[in-house]
Design a protein around this ligand. Structure first.
Ligand code: GAR
Length: 204
């Protein structure tokens, strides 16, 4: 069976990448092949995780290119060389241009650590999202996997999962619970779902 070829874009620790690697080796993503990892930063642990799993992994820092155009051109070249079908943003902190995003309609997905449309959009990433949820005083938060379009966190929602906020939560404890209960569960499920659709479309 032909599998959908996946590129995972990362910037940091890569626990969501690890969730994908673990799901793939447990046979939970039969329609997906983790083919490429691109990091916006050198030396991050996500690159180690990829290498340990035998996935080709490269750091492509924006600052090593003169322009965003040149940077994205390099990424597109890598994606085309590997015949990538689906791009997964898993804690990727570099901003992709509208031009880049429009090249891959319904072929880029992102994981965001809140229930969109709460606590999302420009400036909401990582721990900041959980700080804002706690500051607001919501009782339930969660995670969302969505398609990426030109609007930050504005694309069609694929999967969401709610997580309870507990008495005494700090941004760090909340981040950990949202990852464990929602992100690491949702992302492999969403990747398999979209990969299966891609495989079925290719078979038609
Ligand atoms: C994750 O919590 C992810 O949802 C978040 O960054 C973290 C990356 O962790 N993404 C965003 O906030 C995007 N707006 P990881 O590197 O351990 O997967």
């Amino acid at each position: 069976m032909q599998k959908a070829k996946i590129a995972v874009f990362v910037s940091g620790g890569g626990t969501n990448l690890q969730a994908l690697i673990d799901a793939a080796s447990a046979g939970k993503m039969p329609h997906a092949e983790l083919s490429l990892v691109i990091s916006s930063k050198e030396g991050v642990f996500a690159l180690e995780r990829a290498k340990n799993a035998g996935i080709p992994a490269f750091a492509v820092p924006r600052k090593t290119f003169d322009s965003r155009e040149a940077y994205e051109k390099e990424i597109i070249k890598m994606l085309e060389q590997d015949h990538i079908d689906l791009i997964v943003l898993a804690g990727f902190l570099s901003v992709l241009s509208a031009d880049f995003v429009s090249r891959y309609p319904d072929r880029i997905i992102n994981i965001h650590p809140s229930l969109i449309p709460s606590f999302c959009g420009d400036g909401f990433y990582g721990l900041k999202v959980h700080e804002e949820a706690l500051r607001y005083g919501v009782k339930v938060t969660g995670a969302t996997v969505h398609f990426v379009n030109e609007i930050t966190d504005g694309g069609r929602i694929i999967l969401q999962k709610a997580v309870e906020i507990e008495e005494g939560d700090t941004p760090e404890t909340l981040q950990k619970r949202v990852m464990e209960q929602a992100e690491w569960v949702l992302l492999p499920r969403a990747v398999e779902q979209i990969s299966k659709e891609i495989c079925e479309a290719q078979a038609d």
